[in-house]
Design a protein around this ligand. Structure first.
Ligand code: SAH
Length: 372
């Protein structure tokens, strides 16, 4: 573990069970220390080695010298009338990401980010506007869940209030494969968050080879951002489609389901854009496309952002589309837009603060150029 230098402490928050065991074995400690540590961090939310009473004083001291437990810092907490929270979290290098918590009657869903920005450039998504900055580390991905539980605890009084996690924040999780997988392992681990694999969902715009890799290492629920029922339109909305067209994507979905021990369905996400992909003809094409894939369809009313060229489909158009899919036997729901008042809805996570500081930096450079 070459990160174990005194200048740079190992952040134990980012070690999954395997990595944690390797860490303690390298220290000459028994692997069961890893179990204790995982429980302290993820189940008890402890970040101070001093509080770890079942670990000897000598080992605690040693850990303080070489390791730390450090989560992203909350710089803003926006609370919506409907109970939705949006946190702006600052990372070590000063960049920011957003995490959203959506409470419902019978569950609490945390929507977490996997990258700062995104490289995929989907035309209807505001994250795309900021371009791609970097991948998040495992500690930064799982840290969002760690922070959310800490933040919600006083409010709700129950640490287990996050019952579901969706990798639907900023970024494409399958393009940050190893870190996303390690973080999801911690979500599923009994010593971590103990979430069932049905309650952890990875959402992808369709990175086909990585879907196959995922199938081989982890069994979580899969959501696919389809958004268009034919290649011509999807090429335009999700440019990644030019690389992995719909037929290949559908085949990858089937392979993914085929590998699962229990019967699940792929969630097909479909953003409703007025006059673009919401016509009866699109519904018919979608029905044909999904006829032999066990799927459920989530219709997402488009969430507008400044300077977008798209409009949200009318409630009538969404209803008509949904009725057509349902009449064809497709399980279809329309996703409620939540946290509208705080820009916390799908596709609106853009790290506004970062944008602003970048713009200021940009202006500063221009001024320097002018004065020179
Ligand atoms: N890159 C992954 C994870 C991000 S997902 C993916 O594409 O699946 C976030 C979800 O919100 C995706 O289904 C995305 O297509 C959708 N989305 C993006 N922008 C949106 C917008 N403006 N309105 C509604 N949904 C949007």
């Amino acid at each position: 573990m070459n990160t174990m230098t005194t200048e740079q402490k190992v952040n134990l928050l980012g070690l999954d069970r395997e990595a944690m065991e390797a860490f303690f074995v390298e220290l000459g400690e028994k692997p069961f220390r890893a179990r204790q540590m995982l429980q302290w961090i993820h189940q008890n939310g402890v970040h101070d080695f001093e509080a770890m009473t079942n670990i000897s004083k000598a080992l605690r001291q040693r850990l303080m010298d070489i390791a730390e437990i450090r989560a992203p810092e909350v710089v803003m907490d926006q609370h919506s009338e409907d109970g939705t929270h949006k946190w702006l979290l600052r990372l070590d290098d000063g960049q920011c990401i957003e995490t959203v918590f959506i409470p419902e009657r019978d569950r609490g869903t945390l929507c977490i980010s996997s990258q700062v920005g995104c490289a995929l450039d989907c035309t209807f998504c505001s994250t795309a506007r900021q371009g791609f900055n970097r991948n998040l580390s495992v500690a930064e991905i799982i840290g969002q869940l760690w922070v959310a539980r800490q933040q919600l605890q006083p409010e709700i009084g129950k640490s287990r209030i996050v019952t579901n996690v969706v990798m639907m924040g900023m970024g494409e999780p399958l393009l940050n494969f190893d870190n996303a997988v390690s973080a999801m392992k911690l979500m599923l681990d009994d010593l971590g968050y103990g979430l069932s694999k049905r309650r952890v969902t990875l959402s992808t715009s369709g990175v086909v080879p990585a879907m196959d890799r995922l199938r081989d290492v982890l069994d979580v629920a899969l959501a696919v951002s389809l958004h268009a029922p034919n290649d011509e339109l999807r090429n335009e909305l999700v440019p990644l489609n030019r690389k992995y067209p719909i037929a290949e994507l559908m085949a990858a979905c089937k392979r993914y389901l085929g590998a699962q021990s229990h019967r699940m369905r792929v969630t097909i996400e479909y953003v409703m854009l007025e006059g673009v992909n919401d016509q009866p003809e699109h519904a018919r094409q979608l029905i044909r496309l999904l006829q032999d894939l066990p799927a459920k369809v989530n219709l997402i009313p488009f969430n507008p952002f400044p300077e977008t060229r798209y409009k949200r489909s009318s409630p009538q158009a969404i209803q008509r589309f949904r009725d057509m899919l349902q009449a064809a036997g497709l399980n279809t729901i329309t996703r409620k837009t939540r946290g509208d008042d705080i820009d916390a809805a799908c596709g609106q996570l853009a790290g506004k603060v970062v944008d602003r500081s970048r713009r200021e930096l940009h202006f500063a450079r221009i001024e320097q150029g002018v004065s020179r």
